[in-house]
Design a protein around this ligand. Structure first.
Ligand code: ADP
Ligand code: MG
Length: 232
C-alpha cells in the first residue's frame, strides 16, 4: 500500500530526515516510535505532501506520489490526523465531519454515515456543538472520525493519545483495533505511548535523530534495543 524509500528532508541546513524507508500493507498497522524531536511529524508531513522531500520516493498503491500535493494524495485515499488534532474550532462537529468528505461528490459528500456514530457515539450527541468546545479527547475522536469519512485506504495518525484522558484512549484504541481487524486499510500510527502502540501494531520502526535505528515485528518491540531508543 505505502512504500517509502530513502527519504531525506532538511529544515534549512538541518538534516531532519536521513534516508528513511518504511512500508505498510493493507490490513496492517505500522507503529512509528521515537522520542520528541526525532522527526516523526516531519516524516508524516512528507508522506502527506504538506512538506516537500529533498530526495527519496513515496509510493502509494504502486504509484509514485512523491511530488503530489496534499489534496491529490487525499483524493487517492490517504487520510492524515495531525498531531494536536487541528479540527475547526469555530465550526460545529457536524460541519467538521462534512469537511472530511470534501474529496467526495454528490450524496457521498453530504450524508454522514452512521458508522461514524457507531465508532464514536459521543459525536452524535454533540453534532451542533462547536469543535472548540469539545474536550481534547473528543476533539481527537472528531479528528479521527473526519479522516475516516474520506474512506481512506491509508490512515496516518500522529500521536492520537497525546494529552488525552485514559478512558478516551481506550475508546480510540478500540476503534483503531477494529479498523485493523476489518483489514481494508493500512494504518500508520505515530506514538510515544509505547503500550498503546504495542497493543495495536503488527510491526514498528523507531526513529532517532531522523534515522531509522530499529525496526521489526510486534513481538520484537519489547527488546532492550528498542527501549533504549525510547527511554527519556
Ligand atoms: N517548521 C520547522 N522548522 C525548523 N525546524 C523544525 C520545524 N518543525 C520541526 N523542526 C525541528 O525538526 C526536528 C524534528 O521535529 P518533529 O518532526 O516535529 O519531531 P517529532 O514529531 O518526532 O517530535 C526537531 O528538532 C524540530 O525542532
Ligand atoms: Mg511530532
Amino acid at each position: 500500500m505505502l512504500n517509502v524509500s530513502e527519504v531525506n528532508q532538511y529544515y534549512g541546513s538541518s538534516h531532519t530526515l536521513r534516508g528513511i524507508s518504511l512500508s505498510v500493507e493493507k490490513g496492517q498497522c505500522l507503529a512509528l516510535l521515537g522520542r520528541n524531536g526525532v522527526g516523526k511529524t516531519t516524516l508524516l508531513k512528507c508522506l502527506m505532501g504538506v512538506l516537500p522531500t529533498a530526495s527519496g520516493k513515496v509510493m502509494f498503491e504502486g504509484r509514485d506520489v512523491t511530488k503530489l500535493k496534499p489534496h491529490e494524495r487525499a483524493s487517492l485515499g490517504i487520510a492524515y490526523v495531525p498531531q494536536g488534532r487541528e479540527i475547526f474550532a469555530r465550526l460545529t462537529v457536524e460541519e467538521n465531519l462534512l469537511m472530511g468528505m470534501a474529496t467526495k461528490s454528490g450524496k457521498n459528500a453530504s450524508v454522514i454515515k452512521d458508522e461514524v456514530y457507531e465508532l464514536f457515539p459521543v459525536l452524535k450527541e454533540m453534532l451542533g456543538r462547536r469543535g472548540g468546545d469539545l474536550s481534547g479527547g473528543q476533539q481527537q475522536q472528531l479528528a479521527i472520525a473526519r479522516a475516516l469519512l474520506a474512506e481512506p485506504k491509508l490512515i496516518i495518525l500522529d500521536e492520537p493519545t497525546e494529552g488525552i484522558q485514559p478512558s478516551i484512549i481506550k475508546d480510540i484504541e478500540r476503534v483503531i483495533r477494529m479498523l485493523r481487524q476489518r483489514g481494508d486499510m493500512a494504518i500508520l500510527l505515530c506514538e510515544q505511548y509505547f503500550d498503546f502502540a504495542q497493543a495495536l501494531a503488527d510491526k514498528f520502526i523507531v526513529l532517532s535523530r531522523g534515522e531509522v535505528v530499529a525496526a521489526g515485528s510486534q513481538d520484537e518491540m519489547n527488546s532492550e534495543d528498542v527501549k533504549r531508543h525510547l527511554a527519556v
